[in-house]
Design a protein around this ligand. Structure first.
Ligand code: ZN
Length: 269
C-alpha cells in the first residue's frame, strides 16, 4: 500500500511530467473509481489545465483552473503516462491531454478514488476536511491531549488519519521503535515526553523515507519508474527474528488491531 513517502514520490514525478497539460477527453472504463457523476465530471474537466500537483497526507491533489482533482491511490492505485498504446488490463480511467499524451489510472483492487471539487471548496469538503495534520505540522500539546483521552493502543491511534495524517503500518512501526514505545501501550498512558518523541521520530522517519523515494515492499511498486530505497533503512518492520540494531534482542512479530507489527521487546516497553 502506498504511504505518504511513496505518494510524495509519485507527486514529484507527476508534477515534473504533466504540469501544464490540458485535459481533452476522459475515458472511464470502470466509472465507480470517479466519485462524481461521470458525465458531469467529464464535462467539467475538459479544457482545464494542470497548474500544479499538491499532496495532503496520502491524497494527491491536481490543482486545475477551476477545480481540484483529488486522488487516493488506496491499496494498489498507480499512474502511467503513455501515448496511443492499446489500453491494458486494470487501466480504469484514461485522461487524454491536448498534447496527445495520456495519463492512465491503473488499479488492480479498484479501491482508489478520483474526485473533482471546486477550488473554492475542496479544503472544506470530504475527504480533506477529515484529515489530521501531518507530523511536521502537528501541535504537541494538542496531540498529547488527544492521546490522553484514548483508551486504545498507541499504534491504532497513530494509524488513524483523522488524528495524524500520513503514517501507515510501516512508518508507525519504525516511529514507535525510534521513540522506545511499545505499540500496545494504551494511548492515555503515554507521557508528554513520549508524545514529543513520537512526533519527532515520525518526522524523522517520513523525511528520510521521502528522501529515499519511499519503500518498495511486497506487491506495491510505484509506477513511472519510481523505486524507493527506504526498505534498506528499516529497523524493525519485516525484520522478525533479526537482531535489534540497538540492543541485539530478536525482533518479534505480533498482531495489533489485525496489522502485522514488529517490535523489539527489550527497547520498546
Ligand atoms: Zn532493542
Amino acid at each position: 500500500m502506498p504511504e505518504l513517502p511513496e505518494v510524495e514520490t509519485v507527486r514529484v514525478t507527476l508534477e515534473k511530467e504533466i504540469s501544464n497539460e490540458e485535459f481533452a477527453q476522459v475515458d472511464a472504463h470502470y466509472p465507480k473509481i470517479i466519485t462524481n457523476d461521470t458525465h458531469e465530471f467529464k464535462q467539467k474537466i475538459v479544457g482545464q489545465k494542470i497548474n500544479r500537483i499538491d499532496r495532503m497526507g496520502k491524497y494527491l491533489i491536481f490543482i486545475l483552473d477551476q477545480d481540484a482533482l483529488i486522488i487516493h491511490l488506496r491499496m494498489e492505485g498507480k499512474f502511467f503516462i503513455k501515448l496511443d498504446e492499446p489500453i491494458q488490463k486494470h487501466e480504469h480511467v484514461v485522461f487524454h491531454f491536448k498534447s496527445g499524451r495520456n495519463l492512465r489510472y491503473h488499479d488492480v483492487r479498484k479501491f482508489g478514488t478520483i474526485t473533482l471539487i471546486p477550488l473554492s471548496e475542496y479544503l472544506d469538503t470530504y475527504p480533506l476536511n477529515q484529515l489530521g495534520d501531518e507530523p511536521k505540522d502537528i501541535n504537541i500539546e494538542h496531540f498529547y491531549s488527544v492521546l490522553n483521552k484514548k483508551n486504545t493502543e498507541i499504534k491504532a491511534v497513530l494509524l488513524d488519519q483523522h488524528i495524524i495524517a500520513g503514517l501507515g503500518n510501516i512508518y508507525v512501526d519504525e516511529t514507535l521503535f525510534l521513540s522506545h514505545v511499545h505499540p500496545t501501550r494504551i494511548a492515555s498512558s503515554i507521557t508528554y515526553d513520549e508524545a514529543k518523541w513520537i512526533i519527532q521520530a515520525a518526522i524523522q522517519v517520513l523525511d528520510k523515507a521521502i528522501q529515499l523515494g519511499g519503500t518498495t515492499i511486497r506487491s506495491y511498486t510505484s509506477s513511472l519508474g519510481v523505486h524507493g530505497r527506504f526498505q534498506n533503512e528499516l529497523n524493525v518492520h519485516m525484520k522478525a527474528n533479526e537482531p535489534c540494531p540497538r540492543c541485539q534482542t530478536k525482533i518479534i512479530k505480533m498482531k495489533v488491531k489485525g496489522r502485522g507489527t514488529y517490535v523489539c521487546p527489550s527497547c520498546q516497553k
